[in-house]
Structure formats: C-alpha cells, structure tokens
Design a protein. Structure first.
Length: 470
C-alpha cells in the first residue's frame, strides 16, 4: 500500500511539474492537481479548486490523434472543489487537456496542459491476444465496440477490451473475484463477487460500479434480506431493482431413498432486491418441481438443477436455463407460475434440428429469437442456437445453428451474442478463447485470454460514450 501511495504521488509531482499551477490565469481556477484515480493507470483524476462557484469539465486528447479527436469529461457540480475523472486513457501515451469553467452563461477555457500516462503494471500486460486473418471482413460495429470479461479468482479484475486485444478499461477488487459481470443500460457494471473458497460462479456480494470506477451499490450477504448465496446471473430490472439467482437450501427427509433424516437439497431461485438489500420478489424451483421424483436425487442433491442464466422475455417474464436437466423455462414474473419448459422432456414439440443439450446465456436476440450457447456435451461439440418459439402451438422452429469447431468444444459455461445480422460473439470459457463467427460457422476473429471468462458481453461504442471511444 505504501508503495502504491508513493508511486501515485510521484506521478502527481511529475505531472504538476509539467502542468504547473493555474493561478493568475485571469479566470476562476486557483489550483490543479493531477494523478491516477484509485491507483488505476487507465483513469486520470484532475482535482480543481476555483475562487467562485462554477462547474468544470475537461477536454482532452492524445497528442498522436490531435485535438480534433478530443474527449470531454462529465461536468462537475457547481462548487469550489471539483474532481474530474478522465477515462479512455491508453498507457504510455502523451496527452493534452484544457479545463472549461461554466458560470451562468459564461464559459472560460484554460491554456493547454500536458501529461503522460504510465505503463501498465506487469500483471495487466499481455493478458489478451487478438487474431484476425482478414480484418477487413470484420463488421465496423464490432471494430468500434468493446468486450466485457472478468477474472473470477482473487484479486478480481473486470476488463474491457477492444477488438485488437488492447486493454481499454479495468477495475480491481481485493479479497474477492468477479464471479459474474453484466453491463447495464445505465452504463454501469453490476457483478457478483465471491472468494476463492466459493464455487466458480457463486458469491456473497453484489457490486455495481460506473465507468469512472465509483461504487454505486455494494451489498454483502447478511445485509437486509440478502441471506442467500447467489450465483451465475446478475441483471437489473430498473435503477433500483437487482435481479439474481440464489441457492435455495431445503432440509428434507431423504431416508426413503437411502439418505439422511435431515438431508439438504440445493435448488435454485430468483431473487429481486433493491439497492439496500430489501427483498422485492422471490421465486423457487421447489414451488414448481418435486425433487423426490428425481431418481438420481442422492447424486444430484448438492446441485439439483444448476440454474445458469436468467433474463427477461419480450413480455417481461423470466427466462431461466438449467444445466443439469437441459431445459429452459419461462416463468411468470408476477405469479411465479411456470409458463413453459423447452428442452428434454419439456412442453414444446421439438424437431431433431432444434435439440440441444445444455444452454447458457439464454436471451432474446435482436431478431426476437431465443438464443443461447449450447455446451453440446452429448455430441462433444458446442453450438449457438437461435429458435423461433410459437407459444400458442407449443412448437419450435430453428432460426439458425452455428456449430463451432471441435477443437474449441466447451463443456461448461460460455455465451453467445449477436453483433449484427451475420456476426456472433462466442465465449468458450474453458478454452480461454472468444471467437467471432458468421452464421456459416466461419471464424472471423479470436481472442485468447489468460483468464477463463465465465462469459463475454459485447458493448457497442454508443453505449460506452463518452467514457470509451475508438
């Protein structure tokens, strides 16, 4: 910690020597100090004091790209002390910036100051390697966008990477790992945090941060109604509603099948909390399925169903996928009633070309199809499925299937999301590889990562502005 502080302040002193003090500029700026924000090399913090109550923002650009490609920071609140955080910083790069003060209708712009960002620490270098045999075939939307992935072991790291494999943003947590991450409509990252002792996608904390690295929400198990271990999914229904999956532990008499008098069956449930941990809604798989009908219950009781993804359908009801029984369910978001079951032994009539084994990251894609990553354990080949469901007739029509190469077969975890009409981003977690493929199964791009990401989400450039730009 002492070393970090010394490094931070030595950085500040170097930058101050370059920027000097802003006194006697003829405007309201009194002093400027600059350094890293939260010891993060890709976030620069500028602290400004002013002689009058004003608002302040910064305009900054890399010297290589010039002022025409400047980025604007968020505007501070009216006051005398202002903290500005500059994102979209590349390591070891020379930057210029100006401060703009706003007082009523009057704007004043400071002279140009300079700083140079530092080198990334060794533990963040060479984490990702991108490869594209024909970059000209990559969609422009993909090249302009970003990808979110995370390290699950401690210390946890959430990364945002561009298509060249460059680390564009990161955030670290001590003592826990980022078990699951999700980029929200509010331009925040919401995550499940857990220790190394907790299973791969399970945790006991909820953290939400913005792209400036500020904590928006942090709830720990034991606070409010947050009493359960959560796992595999974290999304938001609204600004104040956090939706996750939880482990529902049921003490059950299993002596009739050779178990204990007080045995434990671990099932799954859906939990909605507010930002303070108050329970707003709850559902359990036990309300809809009798575990005693499972002939293999003594073997499956520790993780009976293994729910692994949760999302909303077009009508606002839940879509929940289960690994162990190879099904996706639709659950009424008000009553908790199971509307339908898709997969092995489900309520839909499925043709041979629409059959899958284990679904991950089930969601409705941009074309209105139910899309998911199929681990393909039965055939030892992973796929991407998009299915058109007719809920009135309980029938399924295959929209498309992409069979991934056998050498990136991924039997656990994974995700698949559409970038455009013909490009799909697929995460093969256990292979440490993420690929971009077209609907014919031709690989257009690949990203190798040092860490095995649970899933990889795509962030379009417009959703990351003004914090990240290409």
């Amino acid at each position: 910690m002492v070393k970090k502080i010394i490094l931070k302040w030595s950085f500040i002193l170097v930058l101050l020597a370059m920027a000097s003090c802003a006194k006697n500029q003829g405007d309201v700026i009194k002093n400027i100090t600059i350094g890293t924000h939260g010891n993060n090399e890709l976030k620069i913090q500028i602290d400004v004091t002013t002689s009058d109550d004003v608002r302040v923002f910064a305009e900054y650009w890399s010297d290589k790209n010039g002022i025409k490609n400047k980025t604007t920071s968020p505007i501070s609140k009216t006051g005398l002390a202002h903290t500005l955080v500059l994102c979209n910083i590349a390591s070891e790069t020379n930057y210029s910036y100006q401060l703009v003060t706003i007082q009523g209708e009057t704007k004043n712009t400071s002279k140009v100051y300079n700083f140079k960002s530092r080198k990334l620490p060794e533990w963040l270098q060479n984490q990702f390697k991108a490869n594209s045999p024909k970059p000209e075939l990559l969609p422009e939307k993909f090249k302009k966008g970003f990808m979110l992935l995370a390290k699950r072991e401690t210390p946890g790291v959430a990364y945002i990477v561009d298509y060249k494999g460059n680390l564009r943003w990161y955030h670290t947590v001590d003592g826990t790992g980022f078990k699951v991450t999700h980029f929200t409509k509010e331009q925040s990252i919401i995550a499940i945090l857990g220790t190394n002792d907790e299973p791969t996608s399970y945790g006991s904390e909820i953290l939400e941060i913005n792209l400036q690295g500020d904590t928006l929400t942090h709830i720990k198990k034991g606070q409010g109604d947050f009493k359960q271990v959560i796992h595999h999914e974290i999304i938001k229904k609204s600004t104040n509603e956090i939706v996750t999956l939880f482990v529902d532990e049921r003490i059950t008499d299993l002596t009739a099948i050779g178990g204990k008098k007080k045995d434990t069956i671990n099932g799954d449930g859906i939990l909605i909390l507010d930002k303070k941990g108050k329970q707003l809604w709850k559902w359990s798989v036990f309300d809809n399925l009798d575990p005693m009908k499972d002939k293999a219950l003594l073997k499956t009781k520790k993780d009976w169903m293994h729910a692994n993804s949760l999302n909303y359908d077009k009508d606002g009801n839940f879509l929940i996928s289960f690994y162990n029984n190879g099904q996706i369910w639709k659950v009424d978001a008000k009553t908790g009633k199971v509307i339908w079951k898709l997969g092995k032994g489900g309520t839909f009539s499925i043709s041979q070309d629409s059959k899958f084994s284990q679904a991950h990251a089930a969601h409705i894609n941009q074309d209105g199809s139910l899309m998911f990553f199929d681990n393909g354990v039965d055939k030892k080949q992973s796929s991407v499925f998009a299915l058109k469901l007719n809920e009135k007739n309980n029938t399924v029509k295959l929209d498309f299937q992409i069979k991934l190469p056998m050498d990136i077969y991924n039997d656990r975890m994974g995700s698949a999301y559409m970038i455009d009409k013909d490009a799909i981003l697929c995460c093969c977690s256990k292979r440490h590889i993420t690929v971009l493929t077209n609907k014919k199964g031709v690989l257009l791009w690949a990203l190798e990562s040092e860490i095995p990401p649970y899933r990889v989400e795509f962030i379009p450039e417009e959703n990351a502005k003004p914090f990240l730009l290409n």
